[in-house]
Design a protein. Structure first.
Length: 289
């Protein structure tokens, strides 16, 4: 200790060493820990690690065999802002999983077994900025209001999944969205998807790997890029009439023709009745005179 009462550098190193030793004591088994960070990458973990320090802000569980994230244990990590769970075995039971980590800003769930995203999956993550759910080949559905509460979302990646359709409102209602990954999906480019493709061409969102954002079905549009297919869909959907359209138009025409014929017949009948009634009235007047 110096005369001024300030600790010397050696003392500071000793205190820091004691603090780091304390962190190492509290670090989960088979994980490495630094200040506010727990890293369990590639440790073949089967379950969510126990005894994670409660002040952890960054948790990395990448490249393990974790199939379940316990909501209760996660809720103890109230200050968590970064969670990396890529390359695990997480399935479709994630509803309400993140209810206790409302400060989360970064979430990576890529390379897992997700099958759907519902409103309850991420609705409590009001501060979420980056969400990666790419490389989930069994992900086939994202509900219309799935990201309704994630208004700060800036980076969303759904590339290389089983998605065939994405409702335009899902992304159009995200005011801060700047980056959207859509490549290598099974997009079904029918008339219902035209609105989404039009939004893509008119938005200011960046679409990385744009050359691989192509139609998978129908066969006639396979491998066509999204912007290029817009004109084709406009022609097919807005100007082309299908068999059912012709049937509908024929029915409408027949109904109009039938209604007009009936109306004309009724008008003629009424005119004849009026004429007969008028002539009888005139005859009666002549008889009276």
């Amino acid at each position: 200790m110096s005369p001024s009462g300030r600790p010397q550098p050696l003392s500071l190193m000793f205190l820091l060493g004691m603090g780091m030793a304390s962190e190492r004591i509290n670090c989960p088994s088979r994980c490495s820990c630094q200040y506010l960070e727990v890293n369990c990458t590639g440790q073949q973990l089967q379950e969510f690690p126990a005894a994670i320090p409660l002040d952890t802000r960054q948790l990395i569980l990448a490249a393990n065999n974790v199939s379940y994230l316990p909501a209760v244990e996660l809720s103890f990590l109230a200050d968590l802002v970064y969670l990396d769970c890529r390359k695990n075995l997480l399935g479709d039971d994630l509803d309400f999983t993140f209810i206790g980590v409302a400060k989360l800003v970064y979430l990576d769930l890529s390379f897992n077994n997700l099958t759907q995203v519902t409103f309850s999956t991420f609705s409590h993550l009001l501060s979420l900025v980056v969400l990666k759910i790419s490389d989930n080949p069994n992900l086939v559905a994202i509900e219309k209001d799935a990201f309704a509460n994630n208004t700060w979302l800036r980076h969303l990646d759904v590339s290389r999944t089983g998605l065939k359709f994405l409702d335009t409102s899902i992304v159009r209602d995200l005011p801060n969205l700047r980056f959207l990954g859509l490549s290598d999906n099974l997009w079904h480019c029918n008339c219902s998807f035209l609105d989404f493709i039009t939004w893509m061409t008119e938005s200011n969102v960046l679409f990385p790997d744009a050359d691989n954002i192509t139609c998978y079905t129908p066969e006639g549009l396979r491998a066509l890029k999204m912007p290029a297919v817009e004109a084709q869909l406009h022609f097919n959907c807005l100007t082309r009439l299908y068999k059912q359209d012709y049937i509908f138009l024929c029915l409408i025409g027949f109904c109009i023709f039938f209604a007009g014929t009936v109306a004309a017949w009724l008008a003629g009948v009424c005119a004849v009745i009026y004429a007969v009634h008028t002539s009888k009235g005139e005859e009666e007047d002549e008889d009276d005179t």
